[in-house]
Write a protein that binds this ligand. Structure first.
Ligand code: GDP
Length: 446
């Protein structure tokens, strides 16, 4: 079942319940059973769904429902909270620190996207000023080293591996040692996968972990593996202590329930999502937008509320129109930054804007983020109208970038960073295309 279907089934179940004249235990049970079936079809593990059903029944008060409150909203909110709680393990995964050496070991089945994800993870950190390095300890799959080498070379990340050596432990230890000497702060060890879970694989993982003593083991999982996610994650977690999960291939119509299952099996948080084959198709994982998407509430419900709140009334229809056309220009980004700076408290506004929260404005660093936004706006002040209104990504060529840098007294790399940010947001906002724009106070209709 794809996510769209899941949200459709849940909406239908809620609608049926809302239509009932009297909401009693039976009607509520029917509704919850319907929702349970939908979640199971979306690959959320059976035990989790069962637990969730029990919790919701504890939370949802039949008297409240009978008193004419918005039933649909109350139950939807309860499901939303339950799913968020499931994904929010409360246990922070180990967080590497820039400038201090950390060894990160990646595990997962063959084809899960492990090697690709290792490079994405390295590249993501490299862009933020880290000094990552890649070690290929996959001696099982022919071509694994070549693949890693190719990716690493493209991203200009140092790598280590061998065509001759067949002992993965030896390679891993040598690679880690070498990069420790070279003061790399993020040493990423890519390990073998197998087509199936098998004892030899888990024994190899155990030996590798024992020899390299990783600070963090990341389990990589393909989002489409379905109900198998729970047992797969659990099996890896038994041989090495998994500290975080990365779910790949989440773009398009993937099922989402597997991620919940992996989190439950490892008690470790999802930290990133793979959203495509390319190096930069990698997103920091945010619990709330993910669950919104899973439930088909749209990432936009809170955002829409916020738009109605922060954007001046006379500008709302025009902005929403532009957004629903899916054309996110630099000018729109500029106007959004303006709204955000005018509004305050900035943290609260940011937390609602899709794509803005985790990346552009990490919690507790509002001041820095505000300075960053002002810096971006200064650079945009040096842009021409054509540049601000363009939807053609090729327009921003080298000479334009240099002119903007000169005009704003910044470096070329600052302008590039701002344009990268724009691209990232444009990609997220392009999902608004065709969006039905709800009126204020009508969020439950989403
Ligand atoms: P490994 O065997 O686990 O190391 O898997 P690979 O890294 O070789 O990836 C297997 C395939 O999945 C390759 O074709 C990758 O390009 C592709 N892949 C990896 N991550 C993603 C993703 O997030 N989205 C999509 N669409 N493909 C991905």
């Amino acid at each position: 079942m794809v996510l769209g279907e899941l949200s459709g089934s849940i909406s239908r179940a809620l609608q049926q319940m809302s239509n009932a004249t009297i909401i009693d235990e039976k009607v509520l049970n029917e509704c919850l059973n319907e929702i349970t079936r939908a979640l199971l079809k979306a690959d959320v593990h059976f035990d989790l769904v069962k637990k969730m059903q029990i919790n919701i029944k504890k939370i949802v008060n039949l008297d409240d429902l009978a008193a004419g409150h918005n039933k649909r909203r109350i139950i939807q909110q309860a499901i939303f909270n339950e799913l968020c709680n499931m994904l929010d393990t409360g246990k922070p995964s180990f967080t590497p620190k820039k400038g201090k050496t950390s060894v990160i070991m990646f595990v997962g089945l063959q084809g899960s996207g492990k090697t690709t994800t290792c490079t994405k993870y390295a590249y993501y950190h490299q862009k933020k000023g880290w000094k990552p390095a890649l070690v290929c300890a996959d001696t099982f799959r022919a071509g694994a080293f070549d693949q890693l080498k190719q990716n690493a070379t493209k991203a200009k990340i140092p790598f280590y591996g061998s065509y001759m050596e067949s002992d993965p432990v030896k390679i891993a230890v040598e690679g880690v040692e070498r990069f420790k000497k070279e003061n790399c702060d993020l040493i990423i060890v890519d390990t073998s996968g197998r087509h199936q879970q098998e004892a030899a694989l888990f024994e190899e993982m155990r030996q590798l972990a024992e020899a390299t003593k990783p600070d963090l083991v990341i389990f990589v999982m393909d989002s489409s593996i379905g109900q198998a996610a729970f047992s797969q994650a659990q099996a890896f977690n038994r041989s090495v202590s998994v500290g975080a999960v990365i779910v790949t291939k989440t773009e398009g119509a993937a099922k989402g329930g597997g991620a919940l299952s992996a989190v439950a099996a490892t008690k470790s948080p999802v930290i990133f999502l793979g959203t495509g084959e390319h190096m930069d198709e990698f997103e920091v994982f945010d619990v709330k937008p993910f669950v919104s998407r899973l439930l088909g509430m749209g990432d936009w419900s809170g955002f829409m509320d916020k738009i109605h709140e922060v954007v001046p009334m006379d500008q709302q229809p025009e902005l929403l129109q532009k957004l629903s056309e899916g054309n996110f220009t630099l000018r729109i980004m500029y106007e959004q930054f303006q709204n955000i700076l005018n509004m305050g408290p900035i943290g609260q506004v940011f937390s609602m804007l899709p794509g803005f929260s985790a990346e552009l404005m990490p919690k507790g660093r509002e001041k820095e983020s505000q300075a960053k936004i002002k810096r971006y706006m200064t650079m945009m002040d040096s842009m021409t109208n054509e540049e601000l209104d363009s939807t053609n990504p090729k327009l921003m060529n080298e000479s334009r970038i240099m002119r903007i840098a000169r005009g704003s007294g910044r470096q070329v790399r600052d302008v590039m960073e701002m344009l990268e940010e724009y691209k990232r947001l444009a990609k997220i906002w392009s999902k608004m295309k065709g969006l039905k724009i709800p009126k204020k106070g009508d969020m439950s209709a989403l």
